[in-house]
Design a protein around this ligand. Structure first.
Ligand code: DP6
Length: 356
């Protein structure tokens, strides 16, 4: 698949603005390890979230610059680091969207979750930008024959910004990689065979530590190349994703829990066994995990956890246990969080265009 298209050049360079809101996602089967240009070393699977969103508006106008012309405002404040990161991304995709070189960009981005919460925003942020670029193509070049083509390209572009971002293009359960006719180049929604219990699953994010990540994902992925356990991990991930898709189809909560928690702990085990090695959990992360296990055993309520590459806990549970789990969080888990911070989220429907 090659999206390079020298014809996407303006004759009359327009000015305009387009905005999209795009969600974060939480991986159940983790993407950890990549090669070449954002090609994952194993397939991954995630729930798209509903409330944790990045809203991005891009204003564009004819440029008089040769180089990359981006001003980036995060929550209204100019952000040089994000401008530079976006320039790198735009250079990477300049042969796909040659019109980028004809435009000046002002990017206004804000998150619906607190920036200080230490939640990765690259998936939501990069997917919103990818959607806007595809929308510029759609509006001014009219190249897409249907929505499916539009979203597939948006997912391909989002992947080039941040791997996990390609999964945020769709709602519900989304895979990325070579599983069920899927591709390493873009995410695919898992539409058929999702048991009802997983359609409105909850994810309450317990913020144990709101500091920025100790190790960037890109560095973390790179460490897998020399990890002595990498092949075992890649084989395990491939086996786990097939099993989990089957389990999700059957609505088998016990086996869902086993695989999801094992994936989270394996991700952290990979970081502990890399060189340099990292320990990304905090004592409070472990205290929360122990409380979750105790609560699950005593009350027989199917809650489980997963983790990103950091100390915060994503508590996953079916909608029918919402009240009971919220009481559990309040009474037993909040004490281990930073400033009693919990973000209640659930599976969502995917990105939306903003009415400007
Ligand atoms: C642990 O997508 O942030 O969250 O492609 O380098 O931008 P880059 O990495 P990124 O990695 C996410 C890693 C993870 C697992 C996952 O989301 O699958």
């Amino acid at each position: 698949m090659n999206y390079n298209n020298p014809n996407l050049i303006f004759n009359d360079i327009p000015s305009g603005k387009i905005g999209w809101s795009s969600p974060s996602n939480i991986a159940l089967i983790k993407y950890w390890g990549k090669k070449d240009l954002q090609i994952p070393t194993n397939a991954s699977l995630s729930f798209t979230l509903n409330n944790c969103q990045t809203e991005t508006i891009i204003e564009f106008s004819p440029t008089y610059n040769d180089g990359c012309s981006i001003e980036f405002f995060l929550e209204g404040i100019p952000n040089k680091r994000f401008a530079e990161k976006t320039c790198l991304f735009f250079n990477r995709i300049a042969s796909i969207f040659p019109f980028i070189k004809q435009l000046d960009f002002k990017i206004y981005s804000k998150n619906t979750f607190p920036h200080s919460a230490g939640i990765a925003s690259s998936a939501s942020g990069m997917s919103a930008i990818a959607l806007i670029l595809c929308d510029i193509e759609n509006q001014y070049f009219n190249t897409f024959s249907n929505e499916e083509e539009f979203y597939k390209k948006a997912s391909y572009i989002a992947r080039l910004g941040s791997g996990s971002a390609c999964r945020s293009i769709y709602g519900g359960l989304v895979s990325w990689g070579e599983i069920n006719k899927g591709s390493n180049l873009y995410g695919s929604p898992v539409i058929d065979g999702v048991s009802d219990v997983f359609k409105n699953y909850h994810d309450s994010i317990l913020i144990v530590d709101s500091e920025e990540k100790k190790v960037s994902s890109t560095v973390g992925h790179g460490l897998m190349n020399s990890n002595p356990f990498k092949n075992g991990r890649y084989n395990q991930a491939s086996a786990n994703i097939s099993k989990l898709i089957d389990i999700i189809g059957k609505g088998d909560l016990n086996n869902f829990i086993n695989i999801v928690e094992s994936e989270a702990l394996t991700l952290h085990a990979m970081m502990m066994t890399s060189l340099p090695y990292y320990l990304l959990m905090k004592p409070n992360t472990i205290s929360i995990i122990e409380r979750i296990w105790q609560f699950r055993n005593e009350k027989e309520i199917p809650v489980c956890f997963t983790l990103d590459a950091g100390p915060n806990i994503h508590l996953l549970y079916p909608h029918s246990y919402d009240d009971k789990v919220k009481i559990f969080i309040k009474n037993e888990l909040l004490q281990f969080t930073s400033n009693n911070t919990v973000i209640h989220d659930r599976v969502g429907n995917g990105p939306q265009k903003l009415n400007l």
